[in-house]
Design a binder for this molecule. Structure first.
Ligand code: PMP
Ligand code: GLN
Length: 382
């Protein structure tokens, strides 16, 4: 039968996260590849979901999200970023951060629009742009610090530039935007119609008392931004696939047009539970030190190996160079150490469309102490 199928994404294969998790399982390896915690999430949050289900919160919730949850988020934004957000017009609960990013892009991008994005880039961004007929304009972060070259950004802006995508704390590098980055960005977009997506799914997972340069701090950026978050990432329950987007009322109106005919509304009991859980500010203020403890412990143990650490300021991730061990490509190296030394990681070259290989690999340290110890005991032998 000839179905005359014309793929909208002809060059897209299976995401590396699935590839490495499958290989890790096959090899019975410690999985420090795909970014998910292996420790238990907060039992209080589990009980709150249980209570929500038992008390009958099992039907469709409001399409924009459970209203008390949106109110709790607006209050959190006021406390953390001193910004007043209208929970009715500016917040939509989504099935995860990935969906929020996809919906933001889909709601405003037209064929031929250019989108500036930075590599290494989280793997969903480029396909999201392409499926909408957009044109990705790729800029490499400067290795090894993974900073943005703003002169290059200025030189790549054209009359067709419709959007720029940012991600801080950054996956896979753990780099973060600093106040100078933000002030340069504000100058660059002023008096343009460029829209912004700010992927902040690693909000709170930021270390060394550094400030999270959320776009929510800046009213001029907020007017043109979709800021995307993930409850799964910050509350250690990636399988919940629940997140949200905050935007200006005008942009959110467009976002909701796409959202209502895609998932319409998200899992009700988790939203009811999170609305109570967020009342306690500790639920998020305790997160930076919790995750920093994991980064520090992993780094300290890894000092006994021949891997060389690059700085990680936030996220779940820590990059390592392996130039003292091998000159293999990063993909070959990660596959070999999964098979021979039973530890899975992610090659950073997969986050570049060109496959640029700086011989750097990513480990996820959002794991139990015993998992990290087990992994390092294997990596010491590499
Ligand atoms: N953006 C980045 C940078 C991520 O690492 C992830 C990882 N999950 C997401 C978005 C998606 O989050 P979610 O699982 O909530 O869809
Ligand atoms: N964000 C996670 C990572 O970078 C994976 C999410 C996914 O598997 N799509 O590892």
């Amino acid at each position: 039968m000839n179905l005359d199928l014309k793929s909208k994404l002809p060059d897209v294969g299976t995401t590396i996260f699935t590839v490495m998790s499958v290989l890790a399982a096959e090899c019975n390896a410690v999985n420090l590849g795909q970014g998910f915690p292996d420790y238990e999430m907060n039992p209080e949050l589990i009980s709150l979901v249980d209570q929500a289900m038992r008390s009958g919160n099992n039907q469709y919730v409001h399409m924009n999200g459970y209203i008390p949850l949106r109110e709790a988020l607006a209050e959190k934004v006021r406390l953390l970023y001193e910004t007043i957000i209208d929970p009715d017009k500016q917040i939509t609960i989504t099935p995860g951060g990935t969906y929020a990013i996809y919906t933001a892009i889909t709601s405003v991008l037209n064929p031929g629009d250019e989108v500036i994005l930075f590599q290494p880039a989280y793997d969903s961004y480029i396909p999201n742009v392409l499926v909408n007929g957009g044109v990705p304009v790729l800029i490499d972060l400067k290795f090894p610090g993974y900073r943005i070259d703003w002169d290059e950004v200025k030189s790549r802006i054209t009359t067709r530039t419709r959007m720029m995508i940012f991600n801080s704390p950054h996956n896979p590098t753990g780099a973060i935007l600093n106040p100078e980055d933000i002030s340069t960005l504000r100058k660059i977009v002023k008096d343009t119609n460029i829209l912004l997506v700010s992927d902040e799914v690693y909000e709170h997972l930021i270390f060394d008392n550094l400030r999270h340069e959320s776009f929510l701090w800046y009213p001029d950026l907020m007017e043109r931004s979709f800021v995307c978050f993930s409850f799964g990432k910050v509350y250690h329950c990636t399988g919940w696939k629940l997140g949200y987007c905050i935007s200006s009322p005008a942009l959110m109106k467009e976002f909701r047009k796409v959202h209502q005919f895609n998932c319409f509304s998200c899992h009700t009991p988790s939203q009811v539970a999170l609305a109570s859980f967020l009342q306690n500010t500790q639920s998020y203020t305790a997160l930076p030190s919790f995750m920093q403890g994991k980064r520090d412990s992993f780094q300290q143990m890894m000092a006994a190996t021949r891997f060389t650490a690059l700085p990680s300021y936030g996220s779940y991730f820590q990059l390592y160079m392996y130039d003292r061990i091998s000159d293999e490509s990063d993909t070959a190296f990660t596959i070999r150490i999964t098979r021979e030394f039973a530890v899975a990681s992610i090659p950073v070259s997969v986050f570049y469309l060109s496959g640029k290989d700086d011989k750097v690999i990513r480990f996820c340290f959002a794991k139990k102490q015993e998992t990290l110890e087990k992994a390092v005991a294997c990596l010491i032998r590499v």
